[in-house]
Design a protein around this ligand. Structure first.
Ligand code: ADP
Ligand code: ADP
Ligand code: ZN
Length: 218
């Protein structure tokens, strides 16, 4: 099964993608994670993306389409993948259609994670991740079971993103409404769109997504 998680910054895309990856063996493809890795590595792509990401704007379609085209060609994607943070523009969605058609792959579902704008700044400002395995946490909403220790890998170092501040979030939210929201009618017209309440508690959101995907309730 190949799916897209669609939603504004802080909607819970990464959180739910990691859960689906663990529970159902689908591979999480996060363009944000891939771009941050490129920035950290100082690659050509990283150099082109860094300032744009820091400003909370969208990296060019060419760059992200290239990254995703390389990634979905890899073997581990054959068993199904979850796109997290891609596509973010209609041009990216069209490029995705083309690359899937070329590979005989198809898109099974697009999940629209609906969250009101006014809670997103708090979601994003309190976000942090395990430095070792990238598991996501929140100061208030998703604390590790043992303080300071990652639930998944036992790691004790955590990190926060440079762009997770109130000012940048507002600019990212603007980009979402202007450039990404038009994907809702784009996918709605094809009958692949499902909606979940991203304001619900994390477990409940997972349940709603699994119901949309036709996975039996655990
Ligand atoms: P996205 O990938 O869409 O930007 P994340 O999955 O990183 O969003 O979630 C943003 C922050 O909000 C994280 O710190 C996460 O722990 C927290 N979070 C995710 N889903 C929920 C939820 N349903 N309720 C409360 N907090 C959540
Ligand atoms: P969030 O989890 O808050 O939605 P991401 O980690 O997905 O944020 O993305 C972080 C930043 O990386 C974005 O603000 C943007 O600059 C860049 N980025 C990620 N995915 C894309 C994409 N598909 N198109 C353009 N820019 C992207
Ligand atoms: Zn960890």
């Amino acid at each position: 099964m190949n799916l897209i998680l669609l939603g504004p910054p802080g909607a819970g895309k990464g959180t739910q993608a990691q859960r689906l990856e663990r529970a159902h063996g689908l591979v999480q493809l996060s363009t944000g994670d891939m771009l941050r890795a490129a920035v950290a590595a100082g690659s050509e792509v990283g150099k082109r993306a860094k300032a744009v990401m820091e400003a909370g704007q969208l990296v060019s379609d060419d760059i992200v389409v290239g990254i995703i085209a390389d990634r979905i060609a890899q073997d581990d994607c054959k068993g199904g993948f979850i796109l997290d943070g891609f596509p973010r523009t209609v041009a990216q969605a069209e490029a995705l259609d083309t690359m899937l058609a070329e590979r005989g792959m198809k898109l099974d579902k697009v999940i629209d994670m609906q969250v009101d704008d006014d809670i997103l700044v708090e979601r994003v400002s309190g976000r942090y991740t395990c430095a070792k395995c990238n598991a996501g946490y929140h100061d208030k909403f998703q604390q590790p079971k043992v303080a300071g220790v990652c639930d998944i890998c036992g790691g004790t170092e955590f990190k926060r993103r440079a762009d997770d501040n109130a000012e940048t979030v507002r600019s990212r939210l603007g980009a979402f409404h202007a450039q990404t929201a038009p994907l809702l009618p784009y996918y709605g017209a094809r009958g692949v769109l499902g909606t979940v309440d991203g304001m619900a508690p994390i477990d409940e959101v997972t349940r709603q997504i699994e119901a949309e995907l036709g996975f039996a309730a655990a």
